[in-house]
Design a protein around this ligand. Structure first.
Ligand SMILES: Cc1cc2nc3c(=O)[nH]c(=O)nc-3n(C[C@H](O)[C@H](O)[C@H](O)COP(=O)(O)O)c2cc1C
Length: 424
């Protein structure tokens, strides 16, 4: 399939309005403004688009909750926090195709009746912030943002809001708190942001890639989008491929493409003829899969049936030289550090998991530690306000499921069996 989401990023000057217009940009907005808001919403519903930020919630359904709420003003927030290790699919869109995001947001605002919008951008993307600021200024100058957009009476103001470097602020309610100027901590749901969001008003939060799919759906039609990939999770998708592959990078493929095709046909396979050990299919918050899963399709349903999650599509490959205890330890360090501290099971539990993994990796572990890891994980999962904690236990439960013998080897041998061997 020819790339559509990434089709402009190689064109010199793709981030400018002039090039975007030359390449057919803002035509979908013109088309959408000829349609009633409900028609646009219906088109996105029919397309089957599911959120690309991790949870895979049906976009049209989410919009429907907000559009029906009579409270005003309504807000549309773009989640450009992209904070999970190994995730970098939104970055080229933000840096190279900012007008596609702006166009997607204006169309979405029309559909849900939002007057105000924010792009919440991770602090670590300073170049994207410059590009977005310029693109927003251009869009205002040319009448694609502000009052009476394209003379059609639509009013939508859009601002850039920089994060401060916290993974938790990618969680939609923590993101909302952060925009309100508060500490980034999740809110208890319900009420859901759709009805009580930023500044207490109905709010839609969508991922960058989700919003960039919207002009495509309007341009090519819901039927076209729905026919790409599996019926229950259709459309093109950007996968960020990293780790032990010859050609890491972003690859746009139809949903449902097997892991093997991404890893070998796009990524060139594993360097130096080494064997595959494990693959994380959707970012570190999703459990590892193995060589036995190479033919599983990269879509929400198939990956779930295989015992993991598609998440945001960050595929991380690990070869036979990788120590899985070290992988779990390193990732737990990240999740423990990034836990916002609001919920005790997450704040304390991720620290305990990190400590136990630390001693196993160092060869000071006990056989009982393996059940202890599972017991602590059990007491974290599902017992917190947000899903950070559920994701945080995935590296432990996933690696223990498939690589328990590696843990045991650390404990029996009193050292890491991979120490001194190459990994990287
Ligand atoms: C800890 C945590 C971090 C998250 N980080 C992001 C992120 O960086 N970007 C993103 O789009 N969604 C992230 N999400 C998911 C959002 O909460 C939310 O589901 C998403 O922005 C909704 O947009 P979508 O429906 O278009 O996917 C995160 C969730 C959690 C629990």
């Amino acid at each position: 399939m020819e790339p559509l989401l990434l089709k402009r990023i190689q064109i010199p000057g793709s981030e400018t309005l002039a090039v975007y217009l030359r390449e057919g940009g803002y035509q979908a907005l013109r088309k959408a403004l000829e349609m009633a808001p409900d028609q646009v919403l219906e088109e996105v519903k029919r397309s089957g688009l599911r959120g690309r930020g991790g949870a895979g919630f049906p976009t049209g359904m989410k919009w429907g909750f907000t559009s029906k709420d009579p409270k005003r003003p309504k807000y549309l927030l773009c989640n450009a926090d992209e904070g999970e290790p190994g995730t970098f699919k939104d970055r080229p869109l933000l840096e190279k195709d900012p007008h596609a995001l702006i166009e997607g947001m204006v169309i979405s605002a029309h559909a849900i009746g939002a007057e105000y919008g924010y792009i919440y951008l991770r602090a670590e993307y300073p170049y994207a912030s410059q590009v977005l600021e310029r693109a927003l200024a251009e869009a205002y100058e040319q009448g694609f943002l502000g009052g009476n957009i394209l003379g059609k009476g639509l009013h939508f103001d859009l601002h850039l809001h920089m994060g401060a470097g916290a993974y938790i602020c990618g969680e939609e309610t923590a993101l909302i708190e952060s925009i309100e100027g508060k500490r980034g901590e999740p809110r208890i749901k319900p009420p859901f942001p759709a009805n009580v969001g930023v500044f207490g008003m109905p709010t839609v939060v969508n991922n960058v890639e989700t919003l960039v799919c919207v002009p495509l759906i309007i341009e090519r039609g819901a039927d076209w989008f729905a026919a790409v990939g599996p019926k229950e999770s259709p459309g093109p998708k950007i996968f960020s491929l990293s780790g032990h592959v010859v050609r890491p990078g972003n690859y746009e493929l139809p949903m449902g493409t097997p892991i093997r095709a991404l890893m070998y046909d796009c990524g060139g396979g594993i360097p130096q003829g080494r064997r595959l050990k494990a693959v994380i299919p959707g970012g570190p918050s999703t459990p590892v899969l193995t060589e036995a899963h190479l033919d599983v399709g990269l879509d929400f349903g198939s990956i779930q049936a295989a015992g993991s999650m598609l998440g945001c599509g960050a595929v991380i490959v690990m070869d036979e030289t990788t120590c899985m205890v070290r992988v779990a330890h390193r990732l737990l360090k990240f999740f423990h550090h990034e836990s916002c501290g609001k919920c005790t099971p997450c704040r304390e539990g991720t620290g305990w998991l990190e400590q136990v993994l630390d001693r196993i990796e160092e060869g000071r572990g006990r056989m009982e530690d393996l059940d202890l890891l599972l017991d602590v994980s059990d007491n974290i999962r599902g017992k917190t306000v947000c899903a950070l904690a559920d994701g945080a236990v995935s590296p432990v439960t996933g690696t223990l499921k498939y690589f328990r013998e590696e843990y045991e080897a650390h404990i029996r041998g009193g050292r890491c069996p991979f120490r001194g061997k190459v990994s990287g």
